[in-house]
Structure formats: C-alpha cells, structure tokens
Design a protein around this ligand. Structure first.
Ligand SMILES: N[C@@H](CCC(=O)N[C@@H](CSC=O)C(=O)NCC(=O)O)C(=O)O
Length: 302
C-alpha cells in the first residue's frame, strides 16, 4: 500500500472515532456525504445542545475546510439543513458545514420563552453580562471557542481554513465573529444580516437584555462599530439583501450603514448585492446559497 494511503487510513481511523462527549442523534447519506445531527453537554451554555454537520464526501479521504452557518431568530439546527439546499454545493466544493442552534435551551430562566426575539431561539451570538442571562447565554464563546474545539477533535478539518456565514440574526453573528476574532475566519458572508444592531429594534431589545443599559458595551457586538476598528487580515464580506424583505423595509437590518462604516475600515471591504424582489425567507437563501459557498471556497481552497 502506498505511504499516502496508509497515512489517510490512519487519519480516517482517528477522525472517525467520535469523542464520547458527542452523541449522534441522526445521520442520512446526502450528495455522497452525510447530513448528521449531534448533541452534547455544552460547558459554555450549561445545557444540552444540538448542532448539525454536513460531512462532504471528500472528508473520507482528506482534511477539508469548515464553514459555520449561524441561523436567525426562532431557528434550531434544523432550518438551514432542511431548507437551504446547501449540501449539493458543499459536496461539490468539499466543505464541511456546521450549524449550531441559536440559543441555549430549557435553562429554566424566567421569561426565556416569552418572546420570539429574545431568550430561546434568540441568543444573538453575544456573551451576556446581565442577570439572569449571563450564566447560560454565551453564544459568542460557544460559536467561536467551544464548538471549533469540538469540531477539530472529531472531524478531519484543515487548520486555518475556516469560514462563517449566517442569516439575519445569524448574519449579525457571522459578521461579529469574523470582525472580533481576527484571523480565525478566512471567509465571511451573510444573507440579510442585522448590520447595525445598536440602532435597530431587534438589536436594542437584545443588547439591553443581555448586556444591560450601557450602550458603550453594545458596540462590542455591533458590526458597524467593529468594522471601523478592525485591524486583522484583509476580509471581503459578501452580503445578499432582498429588496422586498419586510425586515429590511422596517429598518431592522440596515446593510447600507455597514457599507458606509466599512469605508472607514482598514482591511474590510463589503460587497452588498441588492436582490430585486426577494424577501427574508429561506427561498431567498436557497436561491443564492451556491454563490455564497463559491465565495467561501474561493478563500478556503486558495
Ligand atoms: N416569527 C417571527 C419572525 C421569525 C423569522 O422570520 N425568523 C427568520 C429569521 S429572522 C432574523 O433573525 C427565520 O429564519 N425563520 C425560520 C424559517 O425557517 O424561516 C415573526 O412572526 O415576525
């Protein structure tokens, strides 16, 4: 057997040995790879969490880049994997896709299930500092630290080839993770992201609740503020925005503010594509997901 095959076999063997801390909840063959869902006890969030992983066919032979997808308000790990149609494109490019849930769940915090845009399903990808949320609502650290360690321990991924993308609240999350964790993500894109949360109704409600009333602290999770002080490697952010998106017309998203702020940035450029007649739904995401994964592949396979 050639030396390379032996090495691949050893890699395969070690990476197929799933860490005992991960429980496989479901698996289905998909475009030559597999669409899996796992659960685990999260140390950051102090609750049981699920996340989905699309494992592309190339992973059976070689290490692959990883792209994180962050979903929006009310979503679980299921929305993207059942509605976006991403798997065929991820299989084509050989990208592993990781989709976490959008908040901790069942933490027994008073009011956690009261609203669709705060608490359960609405973690906003921040580390909360205000009571009673600060113990569990640590989605920023979960997505940027705990999950990457878990993924690296259980899948054959290429170090330093990581992308992040998301939708709406998850688009905000993707922008913030890429702009704060400089160098951790080599590619970033978003669908209809909440670009200026410290001045939009969804963002103000979330930041007041999770971070408290001091608006200075909100800037730590506001892409428009972060882009101006960015000092990491060059990043080209791709954003698609539908013109008939009701949340865009209600000024929840404000992508033009991010384009303006990026003009004061060193190293970040924003390509905002206004997509005529598209709304906020997963039909919009499904229409442009191929183009986003191509964008990620361009940077992650370079
Ligand atoms: N139920 C709410 C709106 C909820 C909603 O539209 N959620 C979007 C993300 S919005 C920003 O983060 C979503 O992705 N929903 C899941 C889906 O599968 O479409 C309301 O009634 O206004």
């Amino acid at each position: 057997m050639p030396a390379g095959s032996c090495l691949n076999f050893q890699k395969l063997f070690s990476y197929n040995t799933m860490s005992e801390s991960l429980k496989l909840e479901s698996t289905a063959k998909c475009f030559g790879g597999s669409q899996n869902v796992y659960s685990h006890e999260s140390t950051e969030l102090k609750c049981n969490m699920k996340f989905a992983v699309f494992v592309p066919p190339q992973h059976a032979e070689d290490a692959v880049p990883v792209v994180y997808w962050l979903s929006g308000l009310t979503c679980t790990e299921q929305n993207f994997i059942t509605k976006a149609g991403a798997q065929q494109h991820a299989a084509l490019h050989g990208l592993l896709i990781v989709c976490p849930d959008t908040s901790p769940r069942d933490c027994k915090i008073e009011g956690e299930d009261a609203d669709y845009d705060f608490g359960t399903g609405a973690g906003f990808y921040v580390d909360a500092t205000a009571e009673p949320w600060k113990t569990n609502y640590r989605m920023y650290s979960y997505v940027t630290q705990e999950l990457p360690v878990l993924i690296a321990a259980n899948f054959n991924i290429i170090p330093g080839k990581t992308g992040i993308m998301g939708h709406s609240m998850g688009g905000h999350g993707a922008l913030v993770c890429a702009l704060k964790k400089t160098g951790q993500y080599q590619s970033v894109s978003a669908f209809a992201p909440i670009c200026h949360p410290s001045v939009s109704p969804w963002g103000i409600k979330a930041f007041k609740g999770y971070l408290g009333p001091n608006e200075d602290t909100w800037q730590e999770y506001d892409a428009c503020a972060l882009v101006k002080k960015y000092s990491g490697p060059p990043l080209q952010i791709l954003i698609d925005q539908g013109t008939e998106d009701n949340f865009y017309t209600q000024k929840q998203l404000l992508p033009e503010d991010l384009v303006r702020a990026s003009q004061e940035s060193r190293g970040v450029s924003v390509v905002l594509r206004m997509q005529q007649e598209y709304d906020h739904s997963y039909y919009f995401i499904a229409t442009f997901i191929a183009s986003h994964l191509e964008h990620h592949a361009k940077y992650l396979k370079a």
